[in-house]
Design a protein around this ligand. Structure first.
Ligand SMILES: [Fe+2]
Length: 193
């Protein structure tokens, strides 16, 4: 797929919109909101903090792995780690640059990192997130922490993780998907918004 003209950007954006239209109503894994609401809340957190377009898009699409693979809503409850961050990374890497797909790939590692380095973070995790943490390998070890901090996308992944955790509020008003079209275009074409 080519990323070098507006036509390609439009096609990818329509594909993303269709994906949310068809799968976005499924519930967000053990939380009281839908996948679409979760994505919009995360992206809106990024927008409110004046994050660059590629991180707004990473926030919007950080759980796209759940949408493209038709993973069961209660998959963590069945004791299975769906590796949705790897599925999302694979899907995004065909459509965006590493500044989008690497923070997405690392957003589960960022949770394991924060659980190991920030006791307050661990104390505030939702019940569903604690359940999936066990399946994801639990808090990082000392050597995992050091290795993770060398990643050029480490800070973006931690930031994305915070938006992810904030994006679980029932009935919160957010802008709709259309509000993020400009950020999607910028990220696909890899230009400043
Ligand atoms: Fe999420």
């Amino acid at each position: 797929m080519s990323f070098d003209n507006d036509g390609a950007a439009l096609t990818i954006i329509e594909e993303i919109f269709r994906l949310f239209e068809s799968k976005g109503k499924t519930s967000y894994l053990g939380e009281p909101i839908s996948q679409l609401q979760h994505a919009l809340q995360a992206a809106n957190c990024a927008l409110r903090e004046h994050a660059p377009a590629h991180l707004v898009v990473a926030a919007l699409l950080h759980d796209v792995g759940h949408l493209v693979e038709d993973l069961p809503e209660d998959i963590a409850g069945r004791g299975i780690d769906a590796k949705h961050e790897e599925i999302g990374h694979e899907w995004l890497s065909k459509r965006f640059g590493p500044e989008v797909y690497e923070p997405v790939r690392l957003h589960v590692a960022a949770k394991r990192y924060l659980c190991a380095t920030d006791p307050e973070y661990l104390a505030k995790l939702s019940a569903a997130s604690i359940q999936s943490l066990r399946l994801q390998g639990g808090p990082m070890t000392e050597s995992d922490i050091r290795a993770f901090e060398t990643s050029p996308f480490f800070r973006d992944a931690v930031q994305l993780r915070h938006w992810d955790d904030l994006a679980k509020v029932k009935d919160l008003e957010t802008p709709g998907l259309e509000e993020f079209r400009g950020c999607l275009e910028s990220a696909i074409l890899n230009v400043a918004p």
